[in-house]
Design a protein around this ligand. Sequence first.
Ligand SMILES: O=C(O)CCC(=O)C(=O)O
Length: 255
Amino acid sequence: MSGQVLQSHERESFARDGWVVTNLLDADQTARLRQWVGDVQAWSDAGGWMNHYELTQHGPRRCRTEYFTPYHVGLQQLLCTGTMIAAASELLGEQAVLYKEKINYKLAGGAGWEPHQDAPAYPFIESHISCMIAVDDATTENGCLDVVSGMHHELIETDERGCIPEAVAATLQWQPAPLRAGQTMWFHSRTPHRSGDNRSTRDRRAIYPTYNAAREGDLRDEYYATKRAELDRIASGERVQISLIDDFRGIPVPR
Ligand SMILES: O=C(O)CCC(=O)C(=O)O
């Protein structure tokens, strides 16, 4: 590893806490990122990408688009080449490859996420890391992530939804992690995290790429084939199911 993308204190923070906030995009790159996410937001449902919706107090809203890199060159290059993949490789300690990607829009009125670790949602890989690239400022009002430091060495027992049981979550030391647009927060697959609803009038869009160790193979197609089949199988209940665990609090849009 050349260690040239991240500074040593950033790598140390990640190793100690299981998460770290980095500044990898400058103002021009951040402006382009916002434009590109706006492009994807304007796509209809007719395409190979996957759009998901939730019912908010303002009506039905798109809550997520995933599997978009095959259809957007700018975002494909951002997530699969250059600084992002180099940083992921440095934190993993070996060459990384993109496993999956999503945009969580969390538009004004959008729902948050229950306390969870990501590892149980990604059954095919052992070594993986994710980041949140803030497209808009993420604040405590519009639903930034809350994280727990130093808990990334163990898998916490899950409840029936695949999330951290309420009684356990209540004992953890949660810390809000607000981000400015363009900042990137890296977090370990076992770092407990959760987020609040967007109680503000401002959208809180963010991109979340997940990378795995290339040594484990390029498992992206396998992941998405399983996910598409699983989401088709699950009849929507009281909440929108957009993950392989039931961590999203969004309300389904009536058909
Ligand atoms: O975007 C958020 O607020 C949280 C997202 C999250 O934890 C997830 O997608 O697993």
